[in-house]
Design a protein around this ligand. Structure first.
Ligand SMILES: Nc1ncnc2c1ncn2[C@@H]1O[C@H](COP(=O)(O)OP(=O)(O)OP(=O)(O)O)[C@@H](O)[C@H]1O
Ligand SMILES: [Mg+2]
Length: 370
């Protein structure tokens, strides 16, 4: 009820402030992709974290497609089991960025959140192809603007019906959503140091899709998705090189994109797949560096590309991209903003951690954070 009325009245999708007594409780992260939901909960706060629970549950083909819930009953059954297995109550969740619009706006300077939101609403329809009545949005002030009378904000918009479909499911299975956000926001919170004002491109190379985002001065400024993931690599390894399904991940992570004198075809086949990824990154890289903003200025230089997503583990990928794109490429440290308790056991290894960047970011968000 609280959430429904907030949705209608405030048009906020990011945060649903729970009653004060809940503010002290931690929330778990739910990170949806079309084929899985990942769960993570951190225990503790400030510099004293440990991992309380984590895991991933499979979502069968067709239940979610590009973020749209196509089979509600089936997803409800899955979430019911997830709730029980992981003992979940308060949850923060990522929403599909396929459905999101992210852009920069200039609004009159104000200390009132309400006024800023009104100014954004006023300009919204010039920037997104949905009506203001069907949209939910949130914003973040872009720091260090020198103007006296105006501020720049990074706005993210989602269709209300997408948000509502996830919220109603959470409520149906007895989970309390405390906030929702687009996945790129969560990843950036995890992998970029809190006070880092530089500009980065994040590439999330998953199973069936890749998310691209640009973060500048701590604010998401661009997102886009391509329907390319690591699945074609699995297929090539299984069908062309007759590698057993159970061994595919190991081969990807240990041999991957390395020229092997005895098996040159393996490198060639995999390079064909990742060259498409390289081209997709390059397109966005060029777009960012040539597209003029409201001041007629192009975006700040991208300092490096940060890789996340399970398929970032493909051996040799980082060097391949770095050589082809002529820009620094690094693996993400998903724990950049988490300091573990001295006696905490790191139960998620580095390779797996690349699949958990969004979940870590959700865990790090405070309910009352702007
Ligand atoms: N150590 C690893 N841990 C997890 N996934 C790995 C690992 N090494 C390789 N992978 C590959 O990463 C993929 C899963 O990545 P990820 O968890 O980012 O995908 P996803 O978010 O579920 O999917 P998508 O974003 O495409 O909807 C699989 O193809 C898997 O083979
Ligand atoms: Mg993913």
């Amino acid at each position: 009820m609280l959430i429904n009325s907030l949705l209608k009245m405030e048009k906020i999708f990011l945060k649903f402030l729970p009653p004060p007594k809940l503010l002290r409780m931690s929330h778990a992260a739910l990170n949806f992709s079309d084929h899985s939901v990942k769960i993570l909960e951190l225990f503790g706060y400030e510099n004293e974290f440990s991992i309380k629970k984590f895991g991933a549950e499979i979502i069968p083909d067709g239940v979610i497609k590009s973020g749209n819930i196509n089979n509600r009953d089936s997803l409800k059954e899955i979430l019911k089991k997830v709730k029980e297995k992981y003992d979940l109550s308060l949850v923060g969740a990522t929403l599909p960025e396929e459905k999101a619009y992210v852009f920069k706006l200039r609004v009159p300077k104000s200390n009132s959140e309400k006024e800023i939101r009104n100014s954004i609403e006023f300009q919204m329809e010039d920037n997104v192809p949905i009506s203001v009545n069907e949209a939910l949005f949130d914003y973040k002030i872009i720091p260090k603007s020198e103007r006296v009378n105006s501020i720049d904000v990074g706005v993210s918009v989602l269709p209300q019906k997408v948000v509502a479909s996830y919220i109603s499911l959470f409520k149906d299975v007895g989970m309390t959503p405390v906030f929702l956000e687009i996945e790129a926001e969560s990843i950036a919170r995890a992998v970029i140091a809190k006070d880092d004002m530089d500009t980065y491109m994040i590439v999330d190379y998953g199973r069936t899709r890749t998310g691209f985002s640009v973060v500048s001065r701590g604010v998401i400024r661009y997102t886009s998705t391509a329907e390319i993931g690591g699945e074609p690599i699995d297929k090539i390894l299984e069908e062309k090189f007759h590698i057993k399904k159970e061994e595919v991940e190991k081969i990807k992570n240990e041999k991957g994109l390395v020229r092997d004198k005895d098996k040159p075809e393996l490198y060639m086949s995999l390079a064909n797949v990742v060259s498409v990824l390289k081209d997709e990154i390059n397109k966005r890289f060029i777009f960012w560096h040539t597209h003029k903003d409201i001041d007629g200025k192009i975006g700040d230089n991208i300092k490096k590309i940060i890789l996340v997503g399970g398929n970032a583990n493909l051996f040799g990928l980082k060097d391949y991209l770095q050589a082809g794109l002529k820009v620094r490429v690094e693996y993400a440290d998903v724990w950049k903003n988490v300091k573990f308790r001295d006696d905490a056991v790191p139960v998620i290894n580095f390779q797996n951690s690349l699949s958990y960047s969004s979940s870590v970011g959700v865990c790090l968000k405070k309910f009352n954070e702007k």
